[in-house]
Design a protein around this ligand. Structure first.
Ligand SMILES: [Zn+2]
Length: 65
């Protein structure tokens, strides 16, 4: 999920934001906090998009038990 207020800034970073299907070919919308995915040919609201930085910071577990 991306905060609508942050979307424009995050989309300035080409591979930062992904659509729900993992594509990064996103084009920001001019008037709404959403982006168009050229791969899906769909528009997604900021809250449907994925901030890959957060996604890569999943909590890890100590597998030893
Ligand atoms: Zn897509």
């Amino acid at each position: 999920m991306v905060d609508p207020e942050d979307l424009a800034g995050l989309l300035a970073d080409p591979y930062r934001v992904a659509c729900p299907n993992g594509h990064t070919a996103l084009k920001p919308a001019a008037t709404t906090p959403s982006a168009y995915c050229r791969s899906c040919r769909e528009s997604y609201h900021a809250r449907e998009l994925v901030d890959r930085r957060i996604d890569s910071c999943k909590p890890y577990r100590n597998g030893k038990g």
